[in-house]
Write a protein that binds this ligand. Structure first.
Ligand SMILES: CC(C)(COP(=O)(O)OP(=O)(O)OC[C@H]1O[C@@H](n2cnc3c(N)ncnc32)[C@H](O)[C@@H]1OP(=O)(O)O)[C@@H](O)C(=O)NCCC(=O)NCCS
Length: 223
């Protein structure tokens, strides 16, 4: 069983008392690069990264960076898989919602998303599907800048709710999204049935229809 968490981001509104509603405080520090042992200047360093729209020449580089980040064991996303087709299809159909972070002519991060309009609904939704930053640049606010670009773009397009999802144990991603203002997490449970076990059972030669005929007593219209 796999559990994912879906987060919702709505533009923060003033609370009933006119006070700005506060986001949750985030204290998690679980990452390969343990932020708690990072020097303060490293944590706050802003590398010279440019954020721009995804272009055709970026596709291979984005795919290979994603291969390092979205390995099947670390991010076993069941309804989407990270493969070349995924990157190409985002480029072909959603390129206005896809951004890369570039530094020294290298892609160091990306955000790939989409917007969704439902029939008979005035509301437009945005979904940030893939977000990743190269390991050595974590905690340098590269993802934050990618996210802000994506958010501004979808807001200009009229999106009113923004969704993201993550594996429930991806604490880094959850901490990041909470920091960005996401809340209202909803759990999503995936169940699995191992079909190879069923295949191992001995098979009878009889087809299911033959089995049914053999089981039912012979009847005739006159009886
Ligand atoms: C999640 C991810 C995109 C964050 O990228 P990042 O560039 O390191 O994040 P930022 O530097 O912009 O972080 C902004 C804020 O988020 C929070 N945050 C980010 N990583 C955190 C961590 N490991 N622990 C606690 N808080 C964290 C912090 O509040 C941080 O601000 P601060 O450093 O000033 O405290 C990155 O860790 C990643 O690529 N992970 C692998 C892929 C993945 O899981 N993607 C998400 C699901 S698609």
């Amino acid at each position: 069983m796999t559990i994912t968490v879906q987060f919702e981001y709505a533009k923060r509104k003033k609370g009933c008392l006119g006070k700005e509603e506060e986001g949750e405080k985030v204290t998690l520090d679980k990452d390969a690069m343990e932020p708690s042992v990072m020097p303060e200047d490293r944590r706050k360093k802003r590398p010279p990264v440019t954020i721009r729209q995804l272009e055709i020449d970026d596709l291979a580089e984005v795919f290979h960076l994603g291969e390092e980040l979205f390995t099947a064991d670390r991010v076993p996303n069941l309804y989407r898989t990270w493969d070349p087709y995924e990157v190409v299809s985002f480029y072909l159909s959603e390129s206005e919602y896809c951004f890369v972070a570039e530094m020294d002519d290298q892609i160091v991060g990306f955000a790939l998303g989409t917007t969704i309009s439902k029939p008979r609904s005035a509301w437009k939704y945005a979904h940030l599907v893939w977000l990743g930053v190269r390991g050595d640049l974590r905690r340098s606010h590269v993802a934050e800048r990618l996210f802000e670009h994506f958010k501004e773009t979808v807001m200009e397009e009229g999106a009113r709710i923004l969704f993201v999802d993550s594996e429930a144990d991806n604490e880094t991603a959850l901490a990041f999204f909470k920091k960005m203002g996401f809340g209202n997490p909803k759990e999503h449970i995936y169940l699995s049935l191992n079909l190879t076990e069923r295949r191992k059972k001995p098979q009878s030669d009889m087809s299911p229809s033959k089995k049914r005929r053999a089981a039912s007593p012979a009847t005739s219209p006159s009886s």
